[in-house]
Design a protein around this ligand. Structure first.
Ligand SMILES: Cc1cc2nc3c(=O)[nH]c(=O)nc-3n(C[C@H](O)[C@H](O)[C@H](O)COP(=O)(O)O)c2cc1C
Length: 226
């Protein structure tokens, strides 16, 4: 069985979306053939909305995207929705599917999605998962399951931390369920979770982080709030 894991964070490295995909990959059946596609703003399909030019998939894209049984989208929540560069990419994929059957397969493509967000509550991602579900309908794909991971901004710093216990346990449980469903191309309920970390501490750490980032970029706390 062949699948593609799409990292839709605009960050070139150290993204939470990428860390989450590494964790999911570690739980998939070893016989599953997976490739990771990174979609930053410089991906030609992602920039189509700004350039006005239709995406022409390169031969390696066609190779990577054909004969797939499943697709996993992992991305950060932006303004309760999908980051604009990733939305452009998905719009182009939809066009390619409708006009060129780019993702041709015997069964409708099974789509799973994992959205990580800065807010503590994973339910913040519920709307973005519905957007993915609607995109699936337009493309003739089958939306199977989604994960909304609150406090997701910490994931990039938690690479290699165990999934069975501690901070990442709720995510580990959700990913284990998703990995098993991917193995059977099965549908499941969306799982909206938070990492196992006290909410007040998470919020305090976020405030310290923003102030530090502001200072590093020449901004005072007052300017950050204005
Ligand atoms: C432009 C922008 C908009 C964002 N909007 C939201 C939001 O609406 N809700 C939320 O919980 N987090 C929001 N975030 C925070 C990101 O979802 C969060 O930092 C995420 O962990 C980044 O994931 P990544 O490392 O995979 O890019 C936003 C971040 C940015 C830069």
């Amino acid at each position: 069985m062949k699948g593609i894991l799409i990292n839709g964070s605009p960050k070139r490295r150290d993204s939470s979306s990428g860390a989450l995909l590494d964790d999911l990959r570690s739980l998939l059946d070893p016989g599953t053939e997976t490739a990771v596609m990174t979609v930053t703003a410089s991906h030609p399909a992602a920039s189509s909305a700004y350039t006005g030019m239709r995406w022409e998939p390169a031969p390696e894209d066609v190779k990577q995207l054909s004969g797939l049984s499943f697709l996993v989208l992992s991305f950060p929540l932006y303004v309760d929705g999908i980051p604009s560069h990733l939305l452009s990419f998905l719009t182009e994929l939809e066009w390619q599917q409708k006009n060129n059957r780019l993702l041709e397969s015997a069964e409708p493509l099974a789509v799973y999605a994992a959205v990580n967000c800065g807010f503590y509550e994973g339910k913040q991602a519920a709307l973005a998962l519905r957007i993915v579900e609607n995109w699936c309908l337009r493309c003739g794909f089958e939306y199977k399951q989604g994960i909304g991971c609150g406090a997701g901004a910490m994931l990039a710093q938690l690479k290699g931390a165990p999934l069975q216990k501690g901070i990442k346990k709720p995510l580990g449980t959700a990913l284990k369920d998703m990995a098993a469903r991917i193995g059977r191309l099965e549908k499941g309920k969306d799982q909206l979770i938070s990492l196992s970390f006290p909410r007040p501490l998470y919020i305090a750490a976020a405030h310290i982080g923003w102030k530090k980032q502001g200072r590093e970029n020449g901004l005072t706390v007052k300017e950050l709030k204005s």
